[in-house]
Design a protein around this ligand. Structure first.
Ligand SMILES: *Cc1c(COP(=O)(O)O)cnc(C)c1O
Length: 386
């Protein structure tokens, strides 16, 4: 009697989402139509941001975000090792050098004290970064006021990778509102908080960054007379003024995104209830549950526990045997072969490595029933006692 498997994360799609996509399919616009603008305006309003730019995925968003912030060959980008590789790769795409700031052992987010120390050394060495990419790991905001203040005092721009944190809050304000970052990045991959299939978004309050992002998303082409260099040949005219990309999202995806956004408050509430339920029911087990900084309200993309590293594999396998597919977030980026070839090695960022050694992401998604969550908790208990 095998029970259905429980993944660590998955999307939730209802009839309204399907109807929104079908309506767009029938509308005549399947790319670059009105649904993109509607989705962008709705998300900007939700977050309290002036501008939103939707793109084909968050990796593309990070790339054009770094470009818009002026990152070029020879420049430096710093991020956290405890993230998906895309947060760092965007620096390499621009020809910049990538380095990492170790994490806070309580939140697994970029450590403010490690950042401060590294900035002091870099000031002396003349190796200050141009861009900082803090990542709101698991959906919990970084200590953005402190990070922004440190960055600003060194003339560094901030691009917050909030791929995990759509709908999360910091000091009572929605992440993405632009209080503490030049740009904020969201991902709409199906395992994230809400989905467009593939998709990403940049939020900003800066008009100039916004105009650059619009161009970079679509080949660097513009028709806007403020940005063209010559008088138009005719009403058909356009000019390529930047080296951009085709990073556009489709209207089909944007229609799905706008429909999902209506459910975002319910998604968030459910994730917060599941987290509280885990907190309560695993409190007595030999593990560390996720610590929350009092300034934050997590979006709970992930529920990451720490177990004894010597037992982690057995616990993972025990869950799997019970039909529960946990995940591990993250293999520290600097230990990936591509980054080792750039000179990084294990031992460089010990807090991130320690976090990886015991980390286990338990199932967390809208639609996870109490009964299934209890199955996870029971299997975890059994696996820890084995
Ligand atoms: C998922 C993720 C990305 C990449 O998102 P895509 O939309 O899949 O390109 C970038 N950064 C972080 C932290 C992520 O979790």
């Amino acid at each position: 009697m095998s029970q259905p498997t429980i993944p660590y994360g998955k999307q939730f799609i209802d009839d309204d989402d399907i109807a929104a996509v079908v309506a767009t399919l029938k509308s005549g616009w399947i790319t670059q139509g009105p649904a993109i603008d509607q989705f962008e305006k709705a998300m900007a309003a939700f977050c309290g941001a002036k501008h939103a730019v939707a793109v084909c995925n968050a990796t593309a968003a990070l790339h054009i975000g770094a470009l818009a912030l002026g990152l070029k060959p020879g420049d430096r980008l710093w991020t956290t090792p405890n993230t998906f590789v895309a947060s760092a790769n965007c620096g390499l795409y621009c020809g910049a050098t990538v380095d990492f700031v170790d994490v806070d052992p309580r939140t697994y987010n970029m450590s403010v004290s490690a950042l401060k120390a590294k900035l002091e050394t870099a000031t002396q060495d003349g190796t200050l970064p141009n861009i900082l990419v803090p990542v709101d790991f698991s959906g919990q905001s970084c200590e953005m006021a402190e990070i922004r203040a440190l960055a600003a005092s060194h003339g560094i721009r901030v691009m917050e990778d909030a791929s995990h944190a759509v709908g999360g809050e910091y000091r009572g304000q929605k992440i993405g509102g632009g209080q503490h970052a030049d740009l904020t990045i969201f991902s709409f991959h199906p395992v994230k908080i809400m989905t467009t299939g593939e998709g990403g978004m940049l939020l900003t309050n800066d008009d100039d960054l916004y105009q650059q992002l619009i161009r970079l998303r679509s080949h660097g082409i513009t028709r806007d007379p403020r940005f063209t260099q010559n008088p138009p040949d005719g009403p058909w005219s356009y000019e390529q003024v930047d080296l951009g990309f085709n990073y556009r999202i489709t209207d089909l995806q944007a229609a799905l995104g706008a429909s999902q956004l209506k459910k975002l408050p319910a998604f968030l509430q459910s994730r917060r209830e599941l987290a509280a339920r885990y907190d309560e029911k695993i409190a007595a087990l030999p593990l560390t549950s996720p610590w929350q900084h009092p300034d934050t309200l997590s979006a709970w993309h992930l529920y990451v526990i720490q177990v004894d590293p010597a037992k982690r594999l057995a616990v993972y396998e025990g869950l799997k045997a019970a039909g529960i597919h946990a995940q591990i977030h993250y293999i520290p980026v600097h230990t990936q072969p591509w980054y080792r070839a750039l000179g990084f090695k294990p031992g460089d960022f010990p807090a991130a490595e320690a976090c990886y050694a015991g980390a286990l992401s338990l199932p967390m998604y809208y639609g996870l029933s109490d009964a299934d969550q209890d199955r996870v908790i029971a299997a975890l208990k059994t696996a820890l006692e084995a």
